[in-house]
Design a protein around this ligand. Structure first.
Ligand code: 5GP
Ligand code: MN
Length: 323
């Protein structure tokens, strides 16, 4: 669905523009949305641009204009253009979904394989590492200053696990190199936003790893966190990033599953695959979405039901693989 050459193609006659990302915004979501916002402010100051996101995690505080993000809508608005970045489906828009519906023109910039195209214009490249890399392709290189580069770089390192996941391509590296040339402290960006954990976050991760269970002859690992334990440690979903990635690194494992309770008998499920299993198919089956190797969904039921349902689907896929 590569439909645009440059973002300027959709800016004709646009006086107002809204930007939004997905619920529980990750680094790629925050990075791509802010990069587009900063790009518009710098290069198209005549277009009144607003950015709507759920409150980003504090680790992203170094991003310019992070304080300009609107975490709530403000009355009736009809934007000339509304753009979503890193949003895989219409019901994943976090803040300002109503503005998306009302906008004169809508554009979706994304890289989720599960994205079926919910805007008028859908620029969705499922093979590309991150929404930030997709967005980079739509921007003019000479109009990208350091603050825009830092935001895009943040998005790319988060969705590639610092250039490690298979979605990292030579083009990803070329994009990163171009961004790096603007001269920022990339080591600090990587440490501060990706690797650094609070003491409590490390404790919780340690606990989840210690209590994890291996299923399906060690091909599947499951980690979980119950509501009462989240309350005990004083953590919420935002503090749990990185846990499922660590589970995935267990020797012999094909699929890692991490679930935590977001309500009574409601679980947020995160899945990571080492390649053989397409976890996006499993997530889509349960009403979620994502990528081949990283996907998620929300599920209702007891923890045992959730684990049983998910692992049954994984088993089914594993059996189909063998056929
Ligand atoms: P995570 O496990 O880090 O929350 O998410 C991994 C990937 O799956 C991300 O690209 C995210 O957008 C997607 N994802 C996670 N949960 C859901 C969900 O409930 N619905 C959809 N459509 N995508 C999800
Ligand atoms: Mn992304």
């Amino acid at each position: 669905m590569e439909v645009l050459k440059k973002i300027s193609e959709v800016l004709q006659g646009v006086g107002t523009m809204g930007i939004a990302g997905h619920i529980r915004p990750d680094g790629d979501c925050v990075g791509s949305c802010l990069a587009l916002y900063l790009y518009m402010k710098k290069n198209y100051p005549q277009i009144e641009t607003d950015l709507y996101l759920e409150e980003p995690r504090p680790v992203f505080h170094y991003l310019k204009d992070i304080d300009k993000i609107k975490t709530q809508t403000e009355g009736d608005r009809e934007y000339d253009l509304f753009v979503t970045c890193d949003v895989s489906a219409r019901d994943r828009i976090a803040v300002a979904a109503e503005y998306f519906e009302k906008a004169k023109k809508t554009l979706c910039i994304d890289h989720h394989v599960s994205n079926r195209g919910f805007a008028q214009i859908n620029h969705v490249l499922g093979e590309v590492s991150s929404a930030s890399e997709v967005l980079y392709g739509l921007l003019d290189e000479d109009k990208i200053d350091q603050s825009i580069a830092v935001a895009l770089y943040t998005g790319i390192i988060h969705d590639t696990g610092v250039f490690q996941y298979s979605s990292t391509s030579p083009d990803t590296m070329r994009t990163a190199a171009k961004l790096m040339e603007t001269g920022f402290d990339f080591s600090r960006v990587i440490d501060k936003s990706f690797y650094e954990k609070t003491y409590i976050q490390n404790q919780v991760m340690g606990r989840v790893l210690a209590e994890s269970i291996m299923l399906q002859d060690g091909k599947c690992i499951v980690g979980y966190l119950r509501r009462k334990d989240m309350i005990f440690y004083g953590v919420d979903g935002k503090d749990l990033e990185g846990i499922v990635s660590q589970l995935r690194l267990t020797k012999g494992v094909e699929v890692a599953i991490f679930l935590y309770e977001i309500g009574t008998q409601v679980f947020k499920v995160s899945m990571r695959s080492n390649g053989k299993i397409d976890v996006s198919k499993i997530a889509v089956y349960f009403g979620g979405g994502g990528h081949t190797r990283a996907a998620g969904c929300d599920l209702q039921g007891s923890m045992y039901d959730v684990v049983n349902n998910i692992t049954a689907e994984i088993e089914r896929q594993m059996l189909m693989e063998q056929d």
